[in-house]
Design a protein around this ligand. Sequence first.
Ligand code: C2G
Length: 129
Amino acid sequence: DRTVITYGTFDLFHYGHVRLLERLSRLGSRLIVACSTDEFNAKKGKASVVPFESRAKVLEACRYVDRVIPETNWAQKRDDIRRYDVDLFAMGDDWAGKFDDLRDLCDILYLPRTEGVSTTEIKRLIGAS
Ligand code: C2G
């Protein structure tokens, strides 16, 4: 059985996130999502509208997701890949090439982002800060 992992904030969960997770769920028998904590987002220089607990609950409710873990720092990926016996690390292609250093541990894949939807655009549309 093949385990896939991906990382992200998943703020204001939208179709672009769903489509990524749907595609990833087809590439293995288990999909793990590492959801960025609010503290880690601060380190990433981004603040989410929805707090971590809620973002994690929404991800857990997604039919394509088997397990949600917290993402608390940039460096945890190697440990996560070993701990969960991950076969494939995958991200949207806005991250293309950024995590190729993990290729000694597992396969790496960057999938095309879904055009026309983003958390930033949603915030603009609803006038959120
Ligand atoms: N995504 C997508 N299509 C969109 C929007 C997002 O495919 N229209 C993908 C992104 O490419 C990413 C995932 O959905 O793979 C989550 O997006 P973000 O929550 O914006 O993730 P990010 O803040 O980039 O965090 O350690 C990695 C970071 O935690 C990634």
